[in-house]
Write a protein of this length. Structure first.
Length: 477
């Protein structure tokens, strides 16, 4: 059977559909477990720490191995790493769905998170190395980012539906979808071209950065859940020590894991700051809003998920509207507008008084949807557009790592504020409003950073593209 020509429009559309499906599946897989945890706990008799690690295990391994996964994809080939990562994701999901022991379940979630850490940067790198620079690539990235982000919101509802059939379907359904995507990817993802530079993987550096991120994530999880074998400060000290050793390794390694020159020559740094703030704001807001719906208004988890489904509007608007706006106004003005909508959205929830109806907070939810519609895709473009072909995987990994790290910080910040306010004030509604300070502050930081970046880019001459195969078009400068 001959492989489809990757340059044919129909083949590219099919390829994009498969890659978007994988991104959507990963986002949905994370969200479904937030709804299914009570069913899993009741059926297997799990303790609170065990329930926490079903989620935390995925988050920690995903964040810790992301940079490693990106560099491995660059070294061994984006296609190979994507297919292996997706196949392993399917396999571990199947085992998890058949597990009867808590530790097997947790181990499968840890391994599934590790697979996603290799899968996601490879998928974005495939788009950036298959589509030519300019409007075609920007539109593909915007579609990919929009559908991937919508997977999380949709996963909340899907988790509720699947839990009605039994919690094992939360494992088995992604495995079935993954098998279909794997068949499509095997036929459609173009073969890797150029030299595979396996020797470029700096394994000592990989161990150090994985340890640094893992320690940092464990510290955040410990702060958010007020549990763990060590206090947050101990994890923080370990994370800082590992990160400093990683910096030393970067300076001494002949071919470092993360080429700092790639980041400094592009808009990657302000883009990942914006992505981290976007993730932190939404994750913190979601925690506060779900608590408000369920404890103040008495909504069920299922109704809460349905109520937030409007946020997934970016799955429709991002492919249709955002490419037109980016082509007309540029990447950074559109991203700045999106981060501004995030700040507006969280501020709109401050007047809630516990007697609200859905229409009262619908404008805020629409603003959240617009924030992701306008910000997430353009920030993804800004982070990766100037990266050389051979570094697309690791640069994509930097973006995803910062997004994941921002989400964890957002949850920890909102949780800490809520717990502190509840203990000192006692009024649950007031405590929730105080907790909203965390997402508002994160959104304000991202918006301010984007405004400064937009002004600076408009006030200086546009740099010439240094890498023709991956350089941005003039309109995105």
């Amino acid at each position: 059977m001959s492989r489809p020509n990757p340059t044919a429009p129909l083949a590219k559309a099919a390829l994009l559909a498969v890659l978007c499906g994988a991104a959507f599946l990963e986002g949905m897989d994370v969200a479904m477990f937030n709804v299914a945890l009570p069913s899993i706990r009741a059926d297997l008799g799990l303790t609170t720490p065990q329930v926490q690690w079903i989620v935390s295990g995925y988050v920690v391994s995903y964040g810790a191995l992301m940079l490693v996964g990106g560099r491995v994809a660059d070294a061994y080939g984006h296609r190979r790493v994507f297919l292996v990562g997706l196949a392993a994701f399917v396999g571990f999901s199947l085992v998890g769905g058949l597990a009867d022991d808590a530790w097997v379940l947790i181990a499968m979630r840890v391994l599934t998170g590790a697979c996603a850490a290799f899968l996601m940067p490879a998928g974005l790198a495939i788009i950036n190395t298959t589509y030519p620079a300019g409007h075609a690539r920007d539109r593909a990235v915007l579609i990919y980012a929009g559908i991937g982000a919508a997977g999380f919101s949709t996963g909340l509802v899907a988790g509720g539906l699947l839990s009605m059939l039994g919690w094992r379907w939360v494992f088995l359904f992604p495995a079935g979808v993954g098998l279909v995507l794997l068949a499509g990817a095997s036929a459609l993802v173009p073969r890797d071209v150029g030299n595979r530079r396996a020797s470029r993987v700096d394994y000592p550096g990989a161990v150090l950065i994985a340890a640094a991120v893992a320690f940092a994530m464990l510290g955040i999880e410990s702060l958010a859940h007020h549990a763990g074998p060590f206090p947050p400060v101990a994890w923080t000290v370990a994370a800082v020590a590992a990160f400093l050793l990683f910096i030393v390794r970067l300076r001494r390694a002949a071919e470092p894991l993360l080429p700092l020159g790639v980041l400094s020559q592009s808009s990657a740094v302000p883009a990942v700051v914006g992505a981290a703030s976007l993730a932190a704001g939404f994750a913190g807001f979601q925690l506060v809003f779900v608590i408000y719906l369920q404890e103040s208004l008495g909504w069920s988890a299922w109704h809460s998920a349905l109520g937030m489904l409007v946020v997934a509007m970016d799955a429709v608007l991002a492919p249709l509207v955002t490419p037109l706006l980016v082509r007309r106004f540029g990447v950074w003005p559109v991203a700045t507008a999106g981060l501004g909508f995030a700040l507006l959205a969280y501020t709109l929830f401050l007047p809630l008084d516990g007697t609200d109806h859905y229409l009262d907070f619908l404008p805020g939810l629409v603003a959240v949807g617009l924030a992701f519609t306008l910000a997430y895709g353009p920030l993804t473009i800004a982070a990766t557009e100037r990266a050389p072909r051979e570094d697309q995987g690791v640069v994509s990994a930097v973006l995803y790592t910062c997004f994941q790290f921002g989400a964890a910080l957002g949850i920890a910040g909102a949780s800490a504020l809520h717990s502190s306010a509840t203990e000192t004030i006692g009024d649950g509604l007031t405590a929730l409003k105080i907790a909203l300070i965390a997402p508002i502050a994160a959104a304000a930081l991202g918006f301010a950073s984007a405004v400064v970046t937009t002004i600076r880019r408009r006030s200086r001459p546009r740099p010439a593209a240094s890498v023709p195969a991956t350089s941005p078009t003039e309109r995105s400068a």
